[in-house]
Design a binder for this molecule. Structure first.
Ligand SMILES: Nc1ncnc2c1ncn2[C@@H]1O[C@H](COP(=O)(O)OP(=O)(O)OP(=O)(O)O)[C@@H](O)[C@H]1O
Ligand SMILES: [Mg+2]
Length: 392
């Protein structure tokens, strides 16, 4: 990872530089008066620590261009100004601090951003909210062990992405990741799907079938919508988890299995236990480790990053040039309730593909959507396009 530091004061810059280099991070220090853009082009940093007048159009333009290439920016503001801080966060600054800040504090801030960046790259999970930060750290922490995990969160909050990330960061990464959606399977099929069946186990069982548990051997089994598993199967699942052995439907032999189970649910499993739909013993057996993904409306700081991420993905997939998104439009997107969570963003992007490009100004779609959600924010005015045409 490479960090470009623009600091006017030599002493903290030197100290920060030394701390980062001791940690194996490549750094370059420039004075705010130097040719920052040229330096960025040459050094290609992953993170920029930016000082000076952060609201200056030149700096804003630099940040916009950098965001587009995936660089993070930490801003050091001269004076405490909550309004400016919010505006900069909307623009995409990763963090904004107010001076004076010690080199050691700044070092920790830089480390936090670099750690998050590394984890984002490893997992594909984007966000700059405290909630996502915690989720990323938790994934890293729990990936190496084989305990079962429950992931809870509304539909579209990224549960499957988290399950895949746990697998990817685990020692099981070279082995299969198998997903089963319990909610999509009829009750009669679920056991055979999970544990397999022997030839002639039931009418229609013409051949032996290997179940998902066996397919996931040495890897990870993702049990999606675990709350939908019928009570009779819950008992069997509990036994398999406890004994680490299974018997195929209609079979007699016990087959040893080595599978890490990651389960997901979009309704709190606790409620299922309280309402008697889900066995308490299975709940406790599964709930060794847990991760909660809050809905997007409770982590609005993630919206700018996700919006840019999806637009960028879309642009590169369809060979389109993206003109920009106005600060006003971004404010509207940040105020939107996002009932479909992150999936909503994804499909909004895909719908856009069918209907053509999204207007970039506050007119058009932005205004229509604002009317629909009945909220109008006195957003940041002016032409503050975030992002630019991809470099070409
Ligand atoms: N933080 C994130 N960063 C990038 N992409 C994300 C993030 N969260 C979710 N997504 C994307 O949003 C979509 C929905 O995510 P996912 O399928 O993991 O949600 P889910 O919680 O499993 O939803 P459901 O309960 O409906 O199955 C996927 O395309 C996923 O890649
Ligand atoms: Mg899912």
């Amino acid at each position: 990872m490479k960090v470009l530091i623009t600091l006017a004061d030599v002493e903290p810059a030197v100290r920060l530089n030394a701390l980062l280099e001791a940690n194996g991070t490549k750094t370059a220090v420039v004075s705010p008066l130097d040719d920052l853009r040229g330096e960025i082009k040459r050094f290609k940093p992953d993170l920029i620590v930016l000082t000076g007048n952060l609201g200056d159009p030149i700096n804003v333009q630099i940040v916009r261009d950098q965001l587009w290439s995936g660089t993070s920016v930490i801003g050091l503001a001269d004076v405490e100004d909550p309004e400016l801080r919010d505006r900069l966060r909307t623009l995409g600054f990763t963090d904004v601090y107010t001076k004076p800040i010690s080199a050691d504090e700044l070092y920790l801030a830089v480390r936090r951003v670099l750690d998050r960046k590394r984890l984002t790259e490893a997992t594909g999970l984007f966000g700059q909210s405290e909630a996502i930060n915690e989720v990323l750290l938790k994934i890293e922490q729990i990936a190496p062990v084989s305990s079962t995990v429950i992931i809870e969160g509304e539909s579209g909050t990224g549960k499957e992405l988290v399950a895949q990330a746990i697998h990817k960061l685990s020692p099981r990464r070279g082995k299969p990741f198998i997903a089963v959606n319990a909610g999509a399977l009829p009750e009669t099929l679920i056991e055979s799907e999970l544990f397999g069946h022997e030839k002639g186990a039931f009418t229609g069982a013409a051949e032996r079938r290997i179940g998902r548990f066996e397919l996931a051997n040495e890897g990870t089994l993702f049990l999606d919508e675990i709350g939908e598993i019928p009570p009779s199967t819950q008992v069997k699942l509990l036994r398999v988890l406890e004994e680490r052995k299974l018997t195929r439907v209609g079979g007699t032999t016990q087959i040893p299995i080595n599978v890490r189970v990651v389960a997901a649910t979009n309704r709190p499993l606790r409620e299922g236990v309280e309402e008697g739909r889900f066995r308490a013993d299975l709940y406790y057996r599964l709930n060794v480790l847990s991760i909660y993904l809050p809905p997007l409306r409770e982590r609005r700081e993630d919206i700018p990053l996700l919006v840019r991420r999806f637009i960028q993905e879309f642009s590169s997939q369809h060979d389109r040039t993206f003109q920009g998104i106005s600060a006003d439009a971004m404010q509207i997107l940040m105020g939107y309730p996002w009932p479909g969570n992150v999936r909503g963003g994804h499909s909004a992007r895909d719908q856009r593909r069918r209907v053509g490009p999204l207007p970039t100004g506050p007119r058009g779609a932005g205004r229509a959507r604002r009317r629909r959600c009945g909220r109008s924010r006195a957003g940041v005015s002016g032409e503050e396009h975030v992002g630019a045409s991809p470099p070409g």
